[in-house]
Design a protein around this ligand. Structure first.
Ligand code: AGP
Length: 608
């Protein structure tokens, strides 16, 4: 979802900017551009399409200059085109801006600027920034940016350069991520840490309302009011290799195979010798835990599906009412929240706009907010009261896989911890769950070893238009994730249904050969699932069941069976999702889809 990079230093800026933009490709984009301060002027190059198109355009004519900013754009206001691509300049091409997010009041600003004589070239909201800064520019770019920011509404991050100040990049953050990288005699700017790692591990994470001025010698950060801000330097521990493909053809496959490691890391040091869960990051006192009356889980997409598992697990282990909401619904439905509500927000990136807005709403209403997130220093992690980090490592593929299983694992840990503290489960019950969690990494590894079987299964889906995922209870939650995975990367239409609901309408769509993926891992619902499978088989659907080892009778009722290692049914979702991830992956590869960057989608959805 748009990416910003910037550079000031002794090296040629253009190659550094292009390399940085490559590291931000995972965010999704449809055009790209760079501006370099070049021989007393601004050299702007921007092209619709992938970065290669921009590189081809620059080949042989790389602009020379040591200061610049760059951008990958994901279209919101105005279609993808060369003209709408960033950077955008002012009337005299003295000032250039790259921008993430949305300027909500761009229309009145544009009209006002046009009245002042400014001429616009693009359809974007971003272009008001370059003209607005031009309007206030009187020889000091920082002062002009500060003036401009006071007039902006919306959520954004942007970077600016000016011809008259050739050794300065000014950058602003409000609701969209921006990180400064600190070098020796050079400094960097990026929307995300991977774009900085080949240059430096010393970073400053910008907060909302901050303005940074990058020069060769240093970086000074100011508040919107113009006061200098003392920033902490954040040392990044993980390296670039962990953000690269390590020999796999796609990031998604690599990340699917990293799940055993991700699960192990997320569990490490959180289970005591007696099997009790210890979440040191959650600072709730026993009294505060006992005072909770309701839990509300809020997230988007795959993270929401992890929340659906979390809802059922929390209800069983904590015996409290639990709601699970999609963040974009939650924030507008005037939810009933107060200081006795525990709100759990789940977000891999920690930057999803709707999830962040839901978090802020919950805090405004006095609720305690626990965040489950994968990104240290993300907005969600900084604004929540407590954070349970998933230790999945950087997830680059748009399709979330290792983040999902670790989010689900974090929900078990949170549920077991709260259940213990409220006396809703005994120490023995908690130990039984943590023992099952400890077995999961090896069991996921075992499921992964059956990838060739799933690859053959995917063959049968390649030319299908519609598929159905059915399940009950926890299996229905997993069915929803399986369905999302398949549709987002293979573009095969997929629907998830609570199996008992089929006969209330959807059964009309089940005809000969329609693929149905039936999840049947829950013993108390097993017989009911068998009946539902018979309903779809009676309409000649092609049924593949995913079930636990030992459930042999299901084989007679379906066309194919994928067996999972026997486990405590409560944690079965972590195993059951793995063949569904692989199925989506192989179906997408066989259909020639862009697996890691599916059409129309972005990794980090930082606009509403
Ligand atoms: C699913 O594969 C997607 N990547 C998407 O649904 C994602 O889970 C959603 O956008 C939420 O992202 P977050 O976890 O970073 O908040």
């Amino acid at each position: 979802m748009c990416g910003i990079v910037g550079y000031v230093g002794p090296q040629q800026a253009a190659p550094i900017l292009l390399d940085g933009l490559k590291m931000l490709e995972y965010r999704g984009y449809d055009s790209a551009g760079v501006v370099v301060l070049d021989n007393g002027g601004l050299s702007v190059t921007k092209k619709e399409g992938k970065l290669e198109v921009l590189e081809d355009r620059l080949a042989g004519a790389m602009p020379r200059g040591q200061v610049g900013i760059g951008h990958t754009r994901w279209a919101t206001h105005g279609r993808p085109s060369d003209l709408n691509a960033h950077p955008h300049t002012d009337c005299h091409e003295d000032i250039a801006v790259v921008h993430n997010g949305i300027i909500e009041n761009f229309q009145p600003l544009r009209e006002w600027l046009q009245d002042q004589g400014h001429e616009f070239r693009s359809e974007t909201d971003t272009e008001v920034l370059s003209h607005l800064i031009e309007q206030f520019y009187q020889g000091d770019l920082l002062a002009a940016v500060q003036e401009a920011v006071h007039r902006l509404e919306g959520s954004y991050a942007f970077a600016v350069v000016a011809r008259q100040e050739p050794r300065r990049v000014v950058a602003v953050r409000k609701d969209s991520p921006l990180v400064v990288g600190l070098g020796k005699g050079e400094n960097f700017l990026a929307s995300d840490i991977p774009a900085l790692l080949s240059h430096t591990r010393e970073t400053m994470i910008m907060e909302d309302g901050e303005i940074a001025v990058l020069t060769d010698d240093g970086v000074q950060v100011y508040s919107t009011g113009g006061q200098p801000v003392e920033k902490q330097v954040f040392h990044v521990e993980w390296d670039l290799a962990s953000a690269e493909k390590a020999g796999y053809p796609h990031f998604m496959l690599k990340e699917i195979h990293e799940q055993p490691r991700a699960l192990r890391d997320t569990l490490a040091r959180r289970v005591r010798g007696d099997g009790a869960v210890f979440l040191g990051e959650v600072k709730l006192t026993p009294e505060q835990i006992k005072a909770i009356n309701k839990v509300a889980i809020v997230a988007c997409g795959t993270a929401f599906h992890a929340g659906l598992v979390g809802k059922q697990v929390l209800e069983r282990l904590v015996r409290l009412p639990v709601e699970a909401d999609i963040a974009s619904e939650f924030r507008y439905r005037d939810p009933l929240l107060d200081e006795t509500t525990l709100v759990v927000v789940i977000s891999q990136s920690g930057e999803t706009a709707d999830t962040l807005a839901a978090l802020r709403l919950a805090k405004n209403r006095g609720a305690r907010v626990v965040a489950v997130t994968n990104v240290v220093g993300s907005s969600v992690s900084r604004e929540a009261d407590d954070v349970v980090y998933t230790l999945a490592g950087p997830e680059i593929a748009v399709a979330s896989t290792k983040a999902y299983v670790t989010q689900v694992e974090a929900m078990y840990l949170l549920a077991a911890m709260l259940g213990q503290a409220r006396g809703a489960i005994s120490p023995a019950e908690a130990a039984e769950i943590t023992a099952a969690l400890k077995r999961l990494p090896d069991q996921v590894q075992e499921v992964l070893s059956h990838a060739p079987v799933v690859e053959r299964w995917a063959e049968s889906l390649v030319d299908k238009e519609d598929t159905f995922f059915i399940g009950r209870g926890l299996d229905w939650a997993v069915a929803q994730e399986g369905s999302l995975k398949l549709k987002e990367i293979s573009y095969i239409h997929a629907e998830a249904y609570a199996a008992g609901e089929l006969k209330h309408g959807t059964l009309a769509l089940i005809t000969e050969g329609v693929p149905v993926i039936a999840l049947a891992t829950q013993p108390d619902l097993y017989d009911k699932m068998l009946s539902n499978i018979k309903e779809v088989k009676a309409r000649d659907a092609y049924v593949t069941a995913v079930t636990l080892t030992g459930n042999t009778e299901i084989a007679k009722a379906v066309d194919e069976v994928i067996y999972l290692p026997a486990t405590n049914p409560l944690v079965a979702p972590v195993l059951a999702v793995v063949p569904l991830q692989l199925l989506a992956y192989y179906a997408a590869v066989k259909r020639g889809c862009d697996v890691d960057k599916p059409r129309n989608l972005a990794k980090s959805v930082t606009v509403e």
